[in-house]
Design a protein around this ligand. Structure first.
Ligand code: PML
Ligand code: MG
Length: 251
């Protein structure tokens, strides 16, 4: 079946500074293409951050043989009351995954707070591996897939959980990624997660104080130079559809 990747990004300029308003992406069939372009356009135009003066809609063909289909990671939730307990839960999972330098990793996580992309961290040497450290690694060409196609609603507004689960499923599928840590940069959203092949997607209900705009991602990597190159290419280029049926059924 022929598919297309659609990417939307919108921004505006105020007092000489261009700022991001909204961005989203989908991987859809040819029949769905027109409807999703309209949805994404509406999403750009009706964003609470303001009216864009620039909207970019990029459409690229995706060949069936380029697509990787992955089942969504299993999801569990750990209830925490505050940031300190949340961070302790993260530390305990890192320790179960036998990842060294836990304190240092939690500190380095903070360096991702003002980046658009994620930190790619060598968890043994603590070296940051992103080619552009200001931008970080942006994971793209991802979307979710359900048998009865409930994707429509996901496109009209942001669903933090679905989008994060899709991203984390792609990220931890790479053989050299041991775990991903994430806190949202949305001030009203305090749930974060640690994802890994071993434990799946573990939601932690409090990972930062309410109202804080500080959030970001770290991908914990172990491997050599060639594996690092492959990992970065995979994050940015590999087309991935994540099957969500199990998740939807359990929600
Ligand atoms: C983001 O802001 O995009 C990150 C969202 C994290 C979602 C965590 C969850 O609800 O499981
Ligand atoms: Mg955000």
């Amino acid at each position: 079946m022929g598919r297309y990747s659609i990417k939307m990004r919108a921004s505006n300029e105020k007092q000489g500074i261009r700022s991001h308003i909204s961005g989203a992406e989908k991987i859809v069939t040819e029949q769905e293409l027109e409807a999703y372009c309209i949805r994404l356009l509406n999403r750009a135009l009706k964003h609470s951050k303001g009216k864009p003066d620039f909207i970019n809609l990029k459409i690229e063909e995706v060949k069936e043989e380029e697509l990787l289909y992955l089942p969504a990671l299993p999801v569990t939730t750990v209830e925490t009351d505050n940031e300190k307990d949340g961070k302790m839960v993260v530390a305990s999972y890192l320790s179960q995954l036998k990842i060294p330098h836990i304190e240092e990793i939690l500190e380095i996580w903070k360096q991702s707070y003002h980046m658009r992309g994620a930190i790619l961290l060598d968890c043994d040497t603590l070296q940051r591996l992103e080619p552009d450290r200001e931008r970080g690694i942006r994971v793209t060409y991802i979307d979710m897939m359900t048998e009865d196609d409930e994707r429509n609603q996901a496109c009209s507004g942001k669903n933090h959980f679905n989008e994060a689960l899709v991203l984390a499923t792609k990220v931890v599928h790479h053989p050299n990624i041991l775990a991903e840590l994430c806190i949202s940069d949305d001030p009203d959203y305090v749930t974060g997660y640690i994802a890994s092949k071993q434990f799946g997607y573990v939601r932690i209900t409090h990972l930062k104080p309410m109202g804080s705009p500080e959030g970001g991602r770290v991908f914990l990597f172990r491997g050599n130079e060639l594996e690092k190159e492959d990992c970065i290419r995979y994050m940015q280029e590999q087309r991935v559809l994540v099957k969500m049926d199990e998740v939807m059924n359990h929600e």
